[in-house]
Write a protein that binds this ligand. Structure first.
Ligand SMILES: [Zn+2]
Length: 74
């Protein structure tokens, strides 16, 4: 004697985690207004070439941008 009454219909759906879109971003230094293209997921901190102030700081994931984001290239 077999029973199918206890069959579970629970589906395990995959929850899609939106991947952070990496991009190149044109950042303007808030100190000297020099512009520089940086990578949004840069693995290293990036400093302004002119005044050496920090433009992008590495966090291990998405970088923190300290300058002014002027443009974004996907
Ligand atoms: Zn600067």
């Amino acid at each position: 004697m077999s029973s199918i009454g206890g069959y579970s219909m629970v589906k395990k759906e995959h929850i899609l985690i939106p991947k952070p879109r990496s991009a190149f971003i044109l950042v303007r230094c808030s100190n000297c207004n020099a512009e520089r293209v940086v990578y949004s997921h840069s693995s290293m901190s990036i400093r302004c070439r002119q005044c050496n102030s920090l433009l992008v700081r590495n966090t291990g994931g998405k970088a923190i941008i300290y300058g002014v984001e002027v443009n974004r290239f996907a």
